[in-house]
Design a protein around this ligand. Structure first.
Ligand SMILES: Cc1cc2nc3c(=O)[nH]c(=O)nc-3n(C[C@H](O)[C@H](O)[C@H](O)COP(=O)(O)O)c2cc1C
Length: 214
């Protein structure tokens, strides 16, 4: 059963571009056959609590002597990690909020990045997600074109690429739609045209990626 884990983190329930693109991916995934499963975790609707203790970043054997963590949160962490490791492909909606990822998505990252469990630690070569695809759907209100002063102002995709790509060993690819607010705020028609072209291309790229990876 090829399983897609789809995460959404946009706090916009109606006009979100990242949700529209992850939906296009999920639709193409399920169109591949009845055996193609989508597990959908909406991190905005069902928000994870922040980690209540730093020791949850480590498995029991790496915690300080006498460490006590909330058992309910430890169980939740195990559930979140099991959901991730059961997936064949990870799809993440990444709206850019204040030049970073949504805090709801960051909370999920804090749960799943655990040295010696999902990432290597010392001699331990623990990378259950190694080689699996992670598709990041990046949506941003402003422009971040190559060669412009804002080219490197997105700090969400670089951080996720380090965690998922380097720490977890996943094969990361990114689908991007910028200028998402240009039309709403009466931007110049050439910029609005670019907004629509990027969004249409992102929808097509999502469907293509789902078909290729599914
Ligand atoms: C809290 C908040 C912070 C934002 N910060 C930025 C930002 O730093 N840079 C940017 O280009 N757009 C920013 N935006 C605009 C969003 O990136 C844009 O609306 C994007 O389309 C959000 O993804 P969505 O369409 O899936 O909701 C922000 C929006 C919100 C709600």
């Amino acid at each position: 059963m090829p399983t897609l884990l789809r995460l959404d983190s946009s706090s916009d329930p109606t006009t979100s571009r990242s949700r529209a693109i992850t939906q296009a991916f999920a639709d193409a995934w399920t169109a591949l056959g009845d055996d193609h499963v989508v597990v959908h975790r909406d991190l905005h609707r069902d928000q994870l609590p922040h980690l209540s203790h730093a020791d949850l970043h480590f498995p029991k054997q790496l915690r300080p002597e006498g460490s006590v963590v909330d058992p309910a949160q430890e169980a939740l962490q195990a559930e979140i990690i099991a959901e991730l490791t059961a997936a064949d492909v990870l799809l993440v909606g990444v709206p850019l909020y204040n030049y970073s990822m949504a805090s709801t998505l960051k909370a999920w990252v804090d749960y799943i990045h655990v040295p010696a469990v999902t990432a290597p630690f010392g001699d331990l070569d623990t990378q259950p997600m190694r080689g699996k695809p992670a598709v990041l759907v990046s949506t941003r209100g402003a422009t971040y074109d190559a060669g412009t002063p804002t080219e490197f102002d997105d700090h969400a995709i670089p951080a996720l690429s380090i965690i998922l790509g380097q720490a977890l060993g996943m094969s990361v690819e990114t689908i991007v739609a910028t200028r998402t607010l240009t039309e709403r705020f009466g931007g110049p028609s050439a910029e609005v045209a670019k907004q629509h072209a990027e969004f249409d291309a992102a929808l097509a790229a999502a469907a293509e990626a789902a078909t290729r990876l599914g």
